[in-house]
Design a protein around this ligand. Structure first.
Ligand code: SF4
Length: 158
């Protein structure tokens, strides 16, 4: 799995100040996508254990200021990416059990539940789901681009 970018201090994607990872590769190809460069699985750089260790060490240094980890794309839960994302979530929760994880996906929750990616849901505290629908674009929405997308909570919605 490749990463496009890591933002070590992000206050736009999720609640509070967060560390944010952008995963490369997306199968959805939504019309009007804000991040077409993220569609290729080959862009960015490989998400090695060294990269993750650096990321977690940096999180440790800023632990008192950070609320959690956000994972966007691309499509973090694409068949080619979800095992890598699952590994990140497992390592993160082991090291920072009091912090939360937000994941943005183009799949709906209902679609995910029918696929192997469902295994990751128990580690995701907040799931922002659904493809970007250009006809439903709404720039006033928090954390979403179009009104069909939902902010779903572990233990409440799934
Ligand atoms: S799911 Fe996100 S990254 Fe993928 S095409 Fe749609 S808007 Fe773009």
């Amino acid at each position: 799995m490749n990463l496009l970018k890591i933002d070590h201090f992000d206050d736009k994607n999720g609640n509070g100040a967060r560390m944010t990872i952008f995963v490369a590769g997306c199968p959805h190809k939504c019309k009007g996508c804000f991040n077409v460069v993220s569609w290729s699985y080959l862009t960015g750089y490989e998400c090695t254990q060294d990269v993750l260790t650096c990321l977690f060490d940096k999180f440790e240094k800023d632990r008192q200021f950070l609320t959690g980890l956000s994972i966007l794309g691309g499509e973090p839960l694409a068949p080619r990416n979800y095992e890598g994302v699952l590994d990140i979530c497992l390592q993160f929760k082991k090291r920072f059990p009091e912090k939360d994880i937000w994941v943005w996906t183009g799949y709906t929750l209902e679609e995910l539940k029918e696929q192997p990616q469902a295994i990751a849901l128990s580690l995701i505290d907040t799931l922002v789901d659904g493809r970007f629908e250009e006809s439903l674009k709404d720039t006033e929405l928090a954390f979403r681009g179009s009104s069909n997308q939902r902010i779903l909570k572990l233990g409440i919605d799934y």
